[in-house]
Design a protein around this ligand. Sequence first.
Ligand code: ADP
Ligand code: ZN
Ligand code: ZN
Length: 746
Amino acid sequence: MLVEVALPVPVPRTFTYSADRELEPGTRVRVPFGSRRLIGWVVGPSAGAPPPKLAGVERVLEEVPSVSAELLRLCGWIADYYLAPLGQVLRTALPARLTDPRRTSPPGLSRRVLRLTRELASLQERDALFSRSPRQRECYELLESLGGESEAAHLTRQAGFAPTVLRGLVEKGVAELRDEPVSRDPFAALAAEPPQPHTPTAAQAAALAALTGALGGGDRRPFLLRGVTGSGKTLVYIELLRAVLARGEGAIVLVPEIALTPQTVSRFRSHFGPTVAVLHSALSDGERYDAWRAVQRGERRVVIGARSAVFAPVPRLGAIVLDEEHESTYKQYDAEPRYHAREVAIVRAGLSNAVCLLGSATPSLESWHNAAAGKFRLLELPERVEGRALPPVRVVDLRAARAVAEEERKPLPVLSPELVAAVQDRLERREQSILLLNRRGYSTFVQCRACGTVRQCERCNVSMTFHRGRRRVVCHYCFREEPPPVTCGECGSADLSFRGVGTEQVERAVGDAFPEARVARMDVDTTSGKWSHHRILERVARGEVDILLGTQMIAKGLDYPRVTLVGVVNADVAMHLPDFRASERTFQLLTQVAGRAGRGALGGEVIIQTALPGHYAIHSALAHDYIGFAARELEERREPAYPPHVRLANVLLTGTDQDAVIDGIERVADWLRAAAGRAGDPVEVVGPAPAPIDRIRERWRWHLLLRSAAAGPLGRMCAALQREGPVRPGARDPRLVIDRDPVTLL
Ligand code: ADP
Ligand code: ZN
Ligand code: ZN
């Protein structure tokens, strides 16, 4: 008999093989493919005629299919909607052990780690200890910004420190070198918070009644829970899960990034104990596989994880919760399938007759629009718990500050006097402050004063960022690094200016202004970064940090009662990006970070430094006015039309030869226009044009947008382009990428 098999190859079709017995859909098989052997999944019996050269299934890898019928349907939907090969979707949905058995992380591997053992809290102490060893100081400060430890190999190879520098720190007694096993579960050591049995507020109780009333019911519309920061959304999630578990069912909780939300995870753990499986990036392939199997067997019924946990094989799924549903990390934008976990969650909940709950203080405009149209059911928590106020927000107008600085012929200070005074005040009261700047590095670009040329990455058309701690300029797109330039590459002048403020510079300014304060910096600066963030947050929780500064990652769900001040160093960073979501992102970020202040009985305040105090995104954030912002932004997106009023697909062509890319995208545009005309489908072709960043990793990038009032015609058009268009799907150079519902157009 003949079966259709989905294979993880970049061609959007399945392949026919012969089998000597009936195979259930979802069964893993090994098949020959050209000169290779691949693992694929049986999707069903083959309907058409056998191909001329028919090969047979070489081996059936399991008796019971690893992919359930439900999961197979879900992946089929993703493959169709996001125009991705089903085999690639399945590979994304399953643990690596099942898709690539050769890929194993060797057990018992160890790594050498340099860890700080003594804190040098003040600048004076540092000056004294490192007076004759500036490299040791840099290394010390880099370690500090990495959360207190780093792999030694990282420090020597990527950051360029000689081994003697590392040993110097050990000899000074401020650090130790140790060998550690590679696979450690950062959550294993995490102190579980005792469960907090609060009595739900009236608003929480009303939301819960609606949610539990919907369990097992027929109305499959998702719920949107809009709850202001500090309104107690987590309690609603937890009580919903309790009801799900009581019915003998399981649940999935999605969070934007698990390393950044240790509190949320530990709250779920404290309530549900060992039935919680946390799927996080630090798991080895083997651990991930074990967790996956435990979930599949029903031994663990609550799964918490980031985006890909939406595929967890929970057998009787009662609910899917998506926290911070507006976060763009839910969209896989850089690899196939380019799926959005929110859409997948909604579809999956529909297939399983489960409740889908999307929560946020600042819902995406798509979800807000759907709630207004009655497609989602809206639940609201309009107030903070225990009658706490949302923190008052003050503006420091950077235009005025700039004028003063110019008059006094001084550079604009990174921290305004108002912000400095407010932080000082917190230090005296032994409270904590959070400072946000959504830009990494020290100086975000290096410009020649003589000819104006900005130093760009050789492989990408973006400016290189100066990282002072590592003494490197770095490309944030391809991670290429080089020593900081001493002369202009264009005219040879040595008069270079390092401009644009990044988090490193804020750290320095904070160090200068408050030499005695205990400061921690958190951004995604290095490979070993991720789990150190987790450790930094623990230090903040224990009160060992006075000032936490960092990028947007500090804006996520932190709930620390002693944080009474939030300062935004520059609110305008994202505002000028060529992206129709720039205002929405700015509003969300400001609202979220402001929401970290005053969550406890101590109260709090927010100070925002901006040159655009009149802009509605900033203005609405000052007033904590989501509804006003959303109404205005929905108007702004009518003309030209952008989501949620229309659906978009970004059609991108990349390649090493610029002429071939331009020629290719023009042929794609012509083809699409002709097809739209023939089909009479109301799909508009906008472009082509160079992408805002028109070269990354030596590949030129051109794109066009497809715009349509409805998803159906747009999907049909994209599918036709893949099937019959002028660029073969799967070709590498130039390469065609179709991104439906894109979250970024860069
Ligand atoms: P958010 O809506 O920002 O996610 P959280 O769920 O983190 O808010 O809740 C904020 C704080 O309020 C937490 O410390 C939580 O324990 C507390 N909390 C939640 N519900 C109640 C309640 N009904 N009564 C008192 N405190 C509550
Ligand atoms: Zn120059
Ligand atoms: Zn680059």
